[in-house]
Write a new protein. Structure first.
Length: 234
């Protein structure tokens, strides 16, 4: 039997990919929700002869997409993309997101910015009324990352490096050092984001706001769709 969250992702992804039309160029993020989207796309391709191409935010996603026959485009010069799909670690009803649990946050933001329309697929369990106090993924320049982490600590944030099984600091596909930050004071994420963005050595954070056009939220009761109430930032 499928776990409930897997069923929720499958339902939400099946609903979300109904937006796809043949000939579209898609942006694909990373993670389990995107893997479910790719499987849903594969089923449509097999059943309808859907022809699509995509830019991928991670190597893992690229492998998954190629396996179902999606043509991959190079990411060196990301073209304007018709439609993008991604997941979220946590999200709120006003489509504020925390992303980057898989470490692809920098590429995910770049892909999202290239999309005319960017859609989130997630399970109901990831919904929160308020994202304050949640772990915030951060990508740092590898050179001097420990010193950068100390400067983050001076902001009142606890910065913890992600570690491999061998104890080394985990890196993104682009070689950035991956950390998670916790603000125990529970300040608004927008304030934390601005403080981090001003620090030399910080490449990006997993706080995404004003970017998603819609979200498909799956649960045991079906799928509900949240639409952004304002124009997205680009």
């Amino acid at each position: 039997m499928y776990p409930l969250q897997q069923i929720s992702r499958r339902l939400a992804s099946a609903e979300a990919v109904r937006e796809v039309r043949s000939g579209m160029v898609l942006g694909l993020g990373s993670g389990r929700a995107v893997a479910a989207v790719i499987q849903a796309l594969g089923r449509r391709m097999a059943a309808e002869g859907l022809a699509i191409s995509a830019v991928s935010a991670s190597r893992a996603t690229a492998r998954q997409a190629e396996a179902v026959g999606i043509r991959l485009l190079p990411g060196d010069d990301v073209p304007e993309l018709d439609l993008g799909f991604d997941g979220a670690d946590l999200l709120s009803e006003d489509l504020q997101l925390i992303k980057g649990g898989g470490g692809a946050l920098v590429r995910e933001r770049l892909v999202a910015l290239g999309c005319r329309r960017w859609v989130i697929v997630a399970e109901e369990e990831k919904m929160r009324a308020d994202l304050r106090g949640a772990l915030l993924p951060v990508a740092l320049v590898a050179f001097g990352h420990e010193a950068t982490a100390r400067r983050i600590g001076a902001l009142g944030l606890r910065a913890t490096a992600r570690r491999t099984a061998q104890g080394r600091v985990r890196r993104s596909d682009d070689g950035f050092a991956l950390y998670d930050c916790l603000d125990e004071a529970g300040r608004p994420l927008a304030m934390v984001f601005e403080a981090l963005a001003a620090l030399p050595g910080v490449i990006d954070t997993g706080y995404f706001t004003g970017m998603a056009d819609a979200a498909y939220i799956g649960s045991q009761h079906g799928v509900r769709r949240i639409t952004a109430c304002r124009a997205r930032a680009r």
